[in-house]
Unconditional design. Structure first.
Length: 433
């Protein structure tokens, strides 16, 4: 059997295993080792499993993942999301659609120290949804704005997805984090404008909340100093070169722990819960990483990335035509798997093509993460939608997707803007030393 036939058989087997609900990391590892064993031999393949697993879990660079996971766990469990929403609501809730705007702002703030889209969507389903419903906001809008706000978790630093992309492509994690800031803020602004347009088009759809006096508004701000300080400390240290991304993760986790304890927001039981949560999530990510690396060795010996690069560059559709094909592929894959699995599975294949076409790898990292995040909310399947449905059981999938559609259109527009003006993503990292 030729290597091309083996590669095709490997991909078909991988997708069959995923359809059968075999965990993505296990499926990639199994196909990778089996394919490698068929071509090279069982001895080297078995040796590869031990070497790859040990090298991955002991690599200093990979330490950034569990550290930021732990930071996010401490922040989530200490109730920061509720404080951020309360503060944003105090300033914005009295306007029509103000609770939706407050949700977007609070999601952005929480995402900036949590780093997970799914966690952000799940958290605000319990924090913001009941409040919006209490004031008479429609179910579709309430769930749609939470699903969209959740996607900010992968763009605003520290983002686990961006960190994994950086590790796979051997890019500077700090520069990728910086590159995500302006597009992340642009996403928040465009979501707010989308809500403003909805209010303009349908004035009676979204009610106004209670007016809060200025004294009460400033009182709400006293609770958000801790997450703001933590974000400024971690990102400021990264930007200023005070510490490496892995050290930033450690400092962030330590800072989140100390702030939670000092403010009386973390009990002994909650600390244990945060440690267990971060361990479970990190173990899941490392399982997928190890599986992807094993699958990557299989792809390397079948020369799949090189052959794909040659095929697409010879299509004669230009580099932006090839980029458009890649974006469509990610939107389709968004219906089948989560963001992390998509990045880990596809980037080793796509990245050589991107560099050959002359695209900036930092800019492409932002574009690819943005597209992957769009996959989390667009119909017919979206991971964030499923998460919200699991928390808010009385809402149907159709209702959530109806509320998400205006934000999907906004995301597509933002993607076009980022492709047309790469400087939006590259300005901040270009100013780093």
């Amino acid at each position: 059997m030729s290597t091309d036939a083996i590669a095709v058989l490997g991909f078909v087997t991988l997708f069959i295993l995923m359809i059968l609900r075999v965990p993505v990391g296990m499926a990639m590892g199994l196909v990778g080792v089996t394919g490698y064993s068929y071509i090279v031999g069982p001895g080297p393949a078995l040796k590869l499993i031990g070497q790859t697993s040990m090298r991955t879990v002991t690599d200093y660079t990979f330490g950034v993942i569990p550290m930021f996971m732990l930071m996010g766990a401490f922040v989530s469990i200490s109730g920061v999301s509720r404080e951020l929403f309360r503060a944003a609501n105090a300033f914005l809730g009295h306007m029509r659609g103000g609770l939706g705007v407050a949700t977007v702002v609070a999601c952005g703030g929480f995402a900036a120290i949590c780093g997970s889209s799914v966690a952000t969507a799940a958290t605000f389903s319990t924090v913001a949804y009941p409040e919006m419903r209490r004031y008479g906001y429609p179910q579709a809008f309430s769930t749609g704005v939470i699903a969209a706000g959740g996607t900010l978790g992968a763009m605003l630093p520290p983002s686990t997805v961006l960190a994994v992309y950086a590790i796979i492509t051997q890019q500077d994690i700090g520069k990728l984090f910086m590159a995500g800031i302006v597009p992340g803020l642009l996403a928040m602004l465009m979501y707010v404008l989308t809500i403003a347009i909805i209010v303009k088009v349908k004035p009676n759809l979204l009610p106004a909340g209670d007016y809060k006096p200025w004294r009460e508004r400033f009182k709400g701000l006293k609770d958000v100093w801790a997450p703001l300080l933590l974000f400024a400390f971690v990102i400021g240290g990264l930007y200023g070169g005070l510490f490496t991304p892995t050290e930033a993760g450690g400092m962030g986790a330590g800072g989140a722990f100390l702030l939670g304890v000092i403010r009386g927001k973390l009990s002994r039981a909650q600390i244990r819960e945060a440690l267990l949560q971060a361990t479970r999530t990190s173990a899941a990510v490392f399982t997928v990483l190890i599986g992807a690396l094993l699958f990557g060795y299989f792809l390397t010996i079948t020369e799949t990335p090189q052959k794909l690069t040659e095929y697409l560059t010879n299509l004669g559709i230009g580099r932006y035509g090839v980029l458009a094909l890649i974006m469509v592929m990610y939107l389709v894959l968004g219906c089948l798997m989560d963001a992390m699995a998509m990045i880990i599975l596809t980037v080793p294949i796509i990245f050589p093509l991107i560099t050959k076409l002359g695209f900036d790898p930092i800019w492409f990292g932002i574009i690819i993460v943005m597209t992957v995040e769009l996959g989390l909310i667009h119909p017919p399947v979206g991971m964030n939608v499923f998460v919200i449905k699991s928390v808010v059981k009385e809402v149907s999938f159709t209702t959530i997707f109806k509320g998400v559609i205006p934000f999907v259109i906004t995301d597509l527009l933002r993607l076009i803007i980022l492709i047309a003006f790469p400087i939006i993503a590259l300005w901040l990292p270009g100013r780093m030393g």
